[in-house]
Design a protein around this ligand. Structure first.
Ligand code: NDP
Ligand code: GDP
Length: 343
């Protein structure tokens, strides 16, 4: 049985990856911060919590990382733990640098010291491209990060490449474009929309406040993306790969698609921050814009070219935008129904 150590197992990707690895007969160890409760709602929702061995790990503490890797003796480490919310990264640039940049170096250095044959996956991000003018982006596109999150992740990305190229560690980096699911945190725009519009539909909320409705993202399904992470570590040689769908949609289009699933007919009025979304049937304003949700800087349109992953890993996303939005909305409808039963 292979042994995998997943950092950030309580997050969205950690939960899907744990499920995937268990299905592939791995022994799964998951790290959590001492302050965060395990197993947490995501692993419970997937019904896999009881099959995971939890270990407490602090990404700021090198000695602790060494001790955990010695104890677990993993064959593969999937490094997913990070402060991953871009908007918050402007408030905590020092902390995010320590966690998202130096945290990667600490794990790689521990691997080099303890057992250099351990295979390593780093969760990099499309935010590293930032202000880029080239579209779609590939593994060779230059990086121009626009926020502390993207900047810290870029360091993590480069140090992963350095350990691979100069120290011969099997270290791969996935340049991940946005990927969503019913397990996505509610602070991210997709889950915020599916949850809020569902609550509005069932009379539990009146309006949904959003920021930039014209912002576009290359949105995929998290479950598809964790499979690619695994494929990278099964590959004979380590490398960097873009993981993306190659298509972008705006926040407004996301709202419209959710409304369609919920059978709400939405009509837009006004411009920019005065835009409102009205339920055509009831005449009620259900979407408004609140500039507090605008970003100090917005990345240009990021869209990824995943053809390298397709040719070398035989990976491509299986879930369409419409399927993704539908499955997320249906999951939020089920939550409302459950809430009603329990109320
Ligand atoms: P989540 O935010 O859902 O999960 C992040 C995980 O990191 C949680 O388990 C959290 O644990 C842990 N964590 C947060 N801060 C710290 C810290 N200071 N020290 C240790 N652990 C911490 O992220 P996702 O699952 O969505 O993403 C997984 C990885 O992929 C992340 O590295 C993210 O940056 C990257 N990524 C994700 C994208 C996406 O669209 N989802 C796109 C591009 C990259 P706790 O329970 O303690 O809070
Ligand atoms: P990100 O790509 O990791 O920053 O993922 P988010 O889901 O947080 O944001 C995606 C895009 O949606 C960004 O361009 C935001 O500016 C935009 N957006 C618009 N309204 C909101 C909102 O209310 N919350 C969030 N989180 N993002 C919003």
């Amino acid at each position: 049985m292979k042994r995998a150590l997943i950092t950030g197992i309580t997050g969205q990707d950690g939960a899907y990856l744990a499920q995937f690895l268990l299905e592939h007969q791995y022994q799964v160890y998951g790290t959590h911060r001492a302050t965060s409760a395990v197993p947490g709602w995501r692993l419970q929702a997937l019904g896999v919590a009881q099959d995971i061995a939890f270990v407490s790990l602090d990404l700021l503490d090198f000695e602790n990382i060494v001790q955990v890797i010695r104890q677990v003796e993993p064959d593969e480490i999937y490094h997913l733990a990070a402060q991953s919310f871009v908007a918050k990264s402007f408030e905590q640039p020092l902390y995010i640098t320590d966690v998202d940049a130096m945290g990667v170096t600490r794990i790689l250095e521990a691997i080099r010291t303890i057992n250099p044959t351990i295979r390593f996956f780093q969760a990099s991000t499309a935010e590293m491209f930032g202000e880029v003018q080239i579209s779609p982006q590939s593994e060779n596109t230059p990086f121009l990060p626009r926020n502390p999150y993207g900047t810290a992740k870029l360091y993590g990305h480069w140090i992963t490449s350095n350990f691979r190229d100069t120290l011969n560690i099997h270290a791969s980096s996935g340049i991940l474009y946005n990927h969503e699911s019913p397990l996505r945190g509610e602070e991210f725009v997709t889950r915020k929309i599916t949850k809020s519009l569902t609550q509005i539909k069932y009379g539990l909320q009146t309006t949904l406040e959003l920021g930039n409705l014209e912002a576009q993202r290359d949105w995929g399904y998290a479950k598809d993306y964790v499979e690619a992470m695994w494929k990278m570590l099964q590959s004979e040689t380590a490398d960097n790969y873009i993981l993306a769908t190659g298509k972008t949609r705006s926040v407004k289009e996301f709202v419209e698609m959710v409304a369609q699933v919920l059978e709400i007919q939405i009509s837009w009025q006004g411009q920019a921050e005065n835009t409102v979304g009205i339920d055509a049937k009831t005449g009620q304003t259900i979407v408004t814009v609140n500039p507090n949700f605008y970003r100090p800087t917005e990345t240009t349109v990021l869209v990824g070219d995943a053809s390298k992953a397709q040719s070398k890993l035989n990976w491509q996303p299986k879930t369409s935008f419409e399927e993704l939005v539908t499955l997320m909305t249906l999951a939020d409808i089920e939550k409302v129904m459950q809430f009603r039963v329990n109320a």
